[in-house]
Design a protein around this ligand. Structure first.
Ligand code: BGC
Length: 780
């Protein structure tokens, strides 16, 4: 996309200078606006042409049966799919008697700008109708970060060279027709007309539609109100039916005259509230927005984002494209989580319907690390959502004959939606990933109330799961057999090193938590015998190692499998899962995404430097990166073991995943984990930041092309600024009490406003590792 000629590279915005209908679906994803509660894809105001119309409300989904050719005990019976809710974005325009449609007439100019500081999406275009009348249309859109039910559009039409008669139809539209799915498993199921009408209204400037879903039992309401400024000839009317509520304005404009419309839209939904209650909810939200008005909403948006950038910005000298990409990434990750408030963060955020709107471990292992250091409150909210889904997770564990809780591999409402066991529930590591997110959040915020009320329960129930999933062999070693690790090209393996090491940390964290919160532990029925069992399991955890090769095994026996025929695999056969049977992928050494390499990042404490370097080189030649969750992790570990050039290439891949549409599926929504991974590649990769023994430890080193990297972090109520150049790093405490950190293992206390500067030691050079044939990352 930004390599596409209509996208420019700018530090604080994403600008498209022409409209290319070949990439319209991708542009709708990158221009999506969201606050984590409401999401609007960047569809054109007039609704068509479109790639994928999309308006989403976090949590609003429909159920569909999951039929199995051969059913089995414990298979989930019902799937969930995010639905495209009532579209409040639509503003159609008739110029004289021609609909404004960019496919007809002449589009003289078309520009869209997503301004990352103001949070506004601006569109300006000039269009000459087939009959020869020319108009300038300016629209500005926001999804409010401060009023979570609200989105708004300011829409202006100006006559340029002749008198024109205009009709503007501002609408709420339910059950829009969607393009058919193409069989790619990463695309969502398409449900025909998922919204059943309950109420429609059009009264003066006000519109409302209320619908409900048939099976998931959710009631969805959308309401809109309008302010119109136009010449005296301007008139308005409104009408509604089951699926459309329309406010129509007619006006006559002389050249230079403008018609301006402000459309305020509010959304609400509930699984329990009555029709009058949901109706009142959207009307109340609209009343609040009316008080703020367009300018008030825009000002609040700017203020919210100013505060975000002050605590989260990343600055880069030496690579303008990465500078733009990391801010774009931060903006979208913020949007995905900002107001999710006790709901999941889906793997696409609210930017598209890919992966059916499900959330995965992407949230805890990729998105929450960034948010913990930049917007910690939203992390607590996501983890409270996990806690709220514990009843379903406990049921799932019982069904599987396990103790504690088994969180779903993919879900919207907390119940398992994966019908494919090997890359579904078998990926039990998600439970340890949730525990890891709890520990990270608590240790970086010191939020004891959260630990007591939410953290302990999540840690205890996941520790119970591990104790019951694994077993001690006759020699006392603890094994977790028959599970799938992060690499989805291996499945149902024994002793996946990542899973075992994360489970070990989970078990230990549960012991610590109940020691600190005795009452909560007792209320959950934890006794000394149980904590002793957790300790024993953690102490005896197996981490498979191949002593002949001198590398850790991704899982027991992995290094003895046949190596995939990379040389015989043509480039168009990637991603492999769309071209080869899983049975063949599973029995060979071929890795979809960082697995053991991720274990070395998250559990760096159990590997020494030499092991890391050897393991990295070994797994590098097997990893094909068919998941967008891989490049960022490889960037981090490449940097740690000294391959800075390679790390830089991987940073590029993670950062440009969507802006360059590297996986050819940005049309279905953004890869939120990879966007978050851009930050991780910079901060944990080139910043070398790790958390060890409760302290932040930095080992900063830049690749040759980056001249400066600076970032800000929120840690234990302090604000720390880190600025790295090729020879040194400056640490500045921007806010708060003195903070103890480490620079290359050496203790350092940062206090006062003046920077503490430390030199960068020389890097140990090692032979460059190799990638599978044809899978070398693009050179930056
Ligand atoms: C990856 C998973 C990931 C999922 C959703 C899959 O392709 O292998 O690790 O959770 O996509 O992003």
């Amino acid at each position: 996309m930004i390599s596409h000629s209509s996208f420019t590279v700018e530090p604080w915005s994403l600008r498209e200078t022409g409209l290319d209908l070949d990439v319209i679906a991708q542009s709708e994803s990158v221009f999506a606006l969201s606050n984590g509660h409401v999401g609007w894809r960047g569809n054109l105001d007039e609704g068509e042409p479109h790639g994928l119309p999309g308006s989403y409300l976090n949590g609003v989904h429909e159920l569909h049966p999951m039929p199995y050719a051969e059913a089995g005990y414990g298979f989930p019976e019902s799937g969930q799919t995010v639905i495209n809710v009532t579209d409040g974005k639509i503003i159609r325009l008739l110029v004289d008697d021609e609909p404004f449609d960019v496919r007809y007439g002449r589009l003289r100019s078309h520009e869209r700008v997503l301004d990352l500081r103001s949070g506004l999406l601006q569109r300006t275009c000039e269009w000459t109708s087939p009959a020869g009348s020319t108009v300038r249309v300016r629209s500005t859109r926001l999804v409010s970060l401060t009023q979570r039910a609200i989105a708004a559009i300011s829409y202006e039409v100006e006559a340029l060279d002749t008198d024109i008669r205009l009709v503007v139809q501002s609408e709420l539209v339910a059950n829009e027709q969607l393009p058919q799915a193409d069989g790619d498993p990463r695309v969502s199921a398409v449900l025909e007309s998922p919204l059943q009408p309950e109420e429609h209204l059009a009264e003066g400037t006000r519109l409302r539609l209320v619908h409900c879903t048939a099976l998931s039992g959710l009631r969805v309401a959308a309401a809109a109100d309008h302010l119109v400024h136009g010449p005296p000839s301007t008139e308005a009317s409104s009408e509604s039916n089951d699926d459309t509520s329309r406010f129509t304005i007619t006006s006559e404009l002389a050249p230079g005259e403008t018609l301006r419309l402000v459309k305020l839209v509010s959304y609400g939904w509930s699984g329990v509230r009555s029709l009058p209650a949901v109706r009142d909810q959207v009307e109340a939200a609209l009343a609040g927005a009316r008080v703020s008005g367009w300018q008030g909403l825009a000002d609040e948006q700017r203020e919210y984002l100013d505060a975000f950038w002050a605590r989260a910005d990343v600055e880069i000298d030496g690579d303008a494209q990465i500078q733009q990409a990391v801010r774009f990434a931060l903006f979208h990750v913020l949007q995905a989580g900002a107001r999710a408030e006790q709901r999941a963060i889906p793997s696409k955020g609210l930017t598209g319907s890919g992966y059916d709107g499900h959330s995965f471990w992407d949230t805890e292992s990729f998105v929450l690390p960034l948010l913990t250091y930049t917007s910690p409150d939203s992390v607590a909210e996501v983890l409270r959502w996990r806690q709220a889904t514990l009843p379903a997770a406990r049921d799932r564990a019982r069904t599987l004959g396990l103790r504690g809780a088994t969180f779903p591999w993919r879900t919207i409402d907390g119940s398992e939606c994966s019908g494919y066991w090997p890359a579904g529930t078998a990926a039990f590591h998600i439970n340890a990933d949730i525990a890891d997110a709890v520990v990270r959040y608590v240790s970086l915020t010191g939020d004891e109330d959260f630990e007591r009320e939410t953290g302990v329960e999540l840690l205890v129930e996941t520790a119970r799961l591990w104790r019951s999933t694994g077993h001690h062999d006759p020699d006392g070693h603890f094994h977790i057999d028959g599970v799938t690790g992060p690499d989805e090209y291996s499945a149902i393996s024994d002793d996946n090193a990542y899973t075992n090491l994360m489970a070990q940390a989970n078990l230990r964290a549960a012991v610590d938590a109940v020691e600190r919160h005795v009452e909560q532990g007792a209320a959950l029925g934890v006794d000394d015998e149980e904590t002793a069992a957790w300790r024993d399991a953690a102490a005896a955890m197996t981490v498979p190692y191949d002593s002949a090769l001198g590398v850790h095994e991704q899982s027991a026996g992995f290094t003895r499998h046949q190596v995939w025929d990379f040389a015989g695999t043509p480039p168009e056969h990637y991603p492999l899962m769309l071209h080869y049977p899983y049975f063949d992928l599973y029995r060979k050494q071929v890795i979809k995404q960082a697995d053991l390499v991720l274990a070395m990042f998250f559990r760096g404490d159990v590997f020494d430097d030499e092991q890391k370097a050897r393991n990295f080189a070994y797994y590098e030649q097997l990893t094909v990166r068919d998941s967008s969750l891989s490049a960022c992790v490889q960037a981090v570990m490449a940097a740690e073991v000294g391959h800075l050039r390679l790390a830089y290439d991987y940073l590029g891949e993670a950062a440009l995943m969507d802006l360059n549409d590297l996986e050819n599926n940005t049309r279905d929504g953004l890869h939120i984990a990879s966007l978050a991974g851009t930050w991780t590649a910079l901060v944990a990769g080139f910043g070398g930041m790790r958390q060890r023994d409760g302290l932040l430890d930095f080992a900063p080193r830049l690749p040759e092309k980056l001249k400066r990297l600076a970032f800000t972090l929120q840690v234990l109520g302090r604000r720390l600024h880190v600025e790295i150049t090729d020879s040194q790093t400056a640490y500045t405490l921007v806010e708060g009490e003195p903070l103890d950190i480490r620079h290359f293992g050496q203790p350092l206390t940062v206090s006062g406003k003046s920077p503490q500067t430390r030199p960068t030691p020389a890097v140990i050079t090692r032979p460059a590792p190799e990638q599978p044939h044809g899978r070398v990352p693009r050179r930056r």
